[in-house]
Design a protein around this ligand. Structure first.
Ligand code: ADP
Length: 545
């Protein structure tokens, strides 16, 4: 305005409304308010810009024609629609369209230059016009960036909500599925293990099939849930410095019956205690290693072999290698191996699996700041490895091992077990389980309130407690039992279809002596009951099934 000695001026961008009509929104405008009402308008709209939509005006003529408009006698100019009453007089006007390429993006207008406006001035203003158009371009791209950021934030929020909903859905599905699975697997185990009623071999085969399919389904539920939790970033790792010795031995012991059954030689090359210590989550490390070892056994050839070895070639890392003599993996299929549910053709064989194990294992290894990789050649076998960060030395005590092959013995004497459970199928199953033990009897309550009363009256040696109960839940019942003199010392084992690690952690933190998940494992239930009766359950602090 100073440059052109104008009295009034504005600059703004040209936008299109919903019907495609152009209008002007100002970035800056000289305050020409002439009364309180217009003063208020100018003050309020200064920051967000004023909008002008009337095309029967001089600046409207710029929008309509897309050309500069010079009016040195605005009073009599036919393009002018008139000014509102009280508007300061307009003696001359220059409106200049601003273009980016061939697109009209804005305009500025100046008014009341004493000597009027002409083409010469317009030419002299060329650099200002170009700079103004660039300024509008910069504002538009900033706005586009802001819009994109807002959209991104919204999309992220939506994705997070969807993810939460998915995890919650899966967790409740898992709960809903576990409850009937408890009956299916529990009764099938009963048929299989009950020495009082031995099965005909063909019946035993059928039961074996039920157990196999049921366990497969259970594995699928667990793995899908695990994967969805990892993907939702909801896995809490318990990172510590450990000597992997014990985990390695445990994994080898765990896998060796499977290897023996398939005539696969299992060899391990484990470093002495105190060497090759790592920083990791013990349970997750075990899970990953077991996945690699079981794959190496499952996808192997007759009389093949599997070797577990430990290397410290990469500084700062310890490498755990599982090498097999299996059929290997074709190069064109190697990409797929970490895709969930992809089994590379194994789905048409009778080798059991879900195709999710390696997806989970790789994600978990990455979460533990390590790497999982493999090399494989068709017909030559495969070598899978995990690299985990090294750590300072810490020797870990060796844990007690459990034998899954026969039912554990129950302590001598007669024992009473109270089961608080509202589901009749589950109750019936537990009655059968306890009936298999000669020297134990089961009493039951179908609500928490009744459970507390029965515990006071009958003084059972151990209580099995469902969590989701009508009325007070298992946690409240636990609190009440702990608060009563007569029942405060009775071991209480939670037995629930809420099987997420958080549920288990919460259960133990609230004071249950152990937390078992449904579907139940018969040997495990009996083992826990007998240890509770012997008074050794709490010392053990056993967390998982
Ligand atoms: P699952 O074993 O449950 O199918 P994984 O995710 O552990 O799922 O493995 C995915 C697929 O990768 C397997 O189905 C199998 O085809 C292939 N695979 C895994 N490990 C090996 C191996 N050691 N040798 C050959 N193929 C393997």
């Amino acid at each position: 305005m100073d440059l052109t000695e104008s009295e009034y001026g504005f600059i703004g961008e040209v936008l299109g409304d919903d019907e495609g009509a152009l209008y002007l929104r100002t970035f800056a405008i000289t305050d020409v308010s002439w009364n309180d009402e217009t003063r208020g308008l100018y003050e309020n709209r200064q920051s967000e810009g004023m909008e002008f939509r009337n095309h029967d005006t001089l600046f409207g003529a710029v929008l309509k024609s897309g050309e500069p408009v010079i009016a040195n006698d605005p009073e009599r100019d036919p393009r002018r629609g008139g000014l509102p009453d009280g508007h300061p007089p307009l003696t001359a006007f220059l409106g200049v369209p601003l273009y980016l390429g061939d697109q009209l993006v804005g305009m500025f207008g100046i008014g009341n230059r004493a000597q009027g406006y002409d083409d010469e001035l317009l030419t002299a203003l060329e650099p200002v016009i170009t700079a103004s158009a660039r300024m509008i371009e910069a504002m538009q791209s900033r706005r586009a960036r802001q819009d994109a950021q807002i959209q991104l934030a919204e999309a992220k929020e939506q994705a997070e909500k969807a993810n939460m909903a998915k995890t919650e859905f899966l967790s409740s599905m898992s709960h809903e599925l576990r409850t009937p699975m408890n009956a299916v697997l529990g009764f099938a185990q009963l048929l299989q293990l009950n020495p009082q009623v031995p099965l005909h071999p063909r019946q035993a085969d059928s039961v074996e099939q039920i157990l196999k399919a049921g366990n497969h389904l259970l594995e699928l539920i667990n793995e899908i849930l695990d994967l969805s939790r990892i993907e939702a970033g909801r896995v809490k790792l318990d990172m510590e410095d450990i000597d992997p010795h014990e985990v390695l031995e445990d994994c080898v012991n765990y896998i060796s019956p499977l290897a023996k059954r398939r005539d696969i030689g299992l060899f391990s090359d484990i470093p002495p205690l105190g060497r090759a210590t790592i920083h990791t989550d013990r349970m997750r490390f075990r899970q990953v290693l077991l996945n690699l070892l079981s794959n190496a056994v499952k996808y192997n050839v007759e009389n093949g072999s599997v070797r577990l070895s430990v290397h410290q070639d990469v500084p700062g890392f310890v490498r755990f290698c599982v090498t097999d003599t299996g059929p290997g993996i074709a190069v064109d299929k190697q990409e797929e191996i970490f895709e969930p549910f992809s089994r590379l053709g194994a789905e048409t064989t009778d080798i059991e699996g879900t195709g999710i194990g390696l997806t989970i294992s790789r994600k978990l290894t990455q979460l533990m700041e390590g790497q999982l990789g493999f090399e494989s050649q068709l017909g030559q076998g495969s070598k899978f490895w995990i690299d985990l960060p090294g750590a300072a030395v810490e020797v870990v005590p060796v844990q007690e091992k459990r034998d899954h092959n026969h039912l554990p013995d129950f302590p001598k004497g007669m024992h009473t077990v109270l089961y608080v459970e509202d589901n009749p199928d589950n109750l019936c199953l537990m009655e059968e389980v306890i009936a298999m033990v000669d020297n134990a009897k089961l009493i039951s309550a179908h609500t928490g309130e009744l459970g507390v009363e029965m515990a006071q009256i009958h003084q059972p040696e151990v209580i099995l407690m469902d969590i989701n109960l009508p009325g007070i839940d298992g946690f409240e019942a636990l609190r009440r039992l702990r608060g009563l003199n007569e029942t405060s010392d009775i071991p209480i084992i939670a037995i629930s279809a809420d099987a997420m690690a958080e549920d288990i952690r919460r259960g133990l933190a609230e004071g249950f002596d152990a937390y078992l998940t449904k579907p139940i494992d018969l040997s495990q239930v009996i083992d826990h009951l007998s240890r509770a009766i012997e008074g050794t359950l709490r010392l053990d602090g056993d967390l998982k099934n």
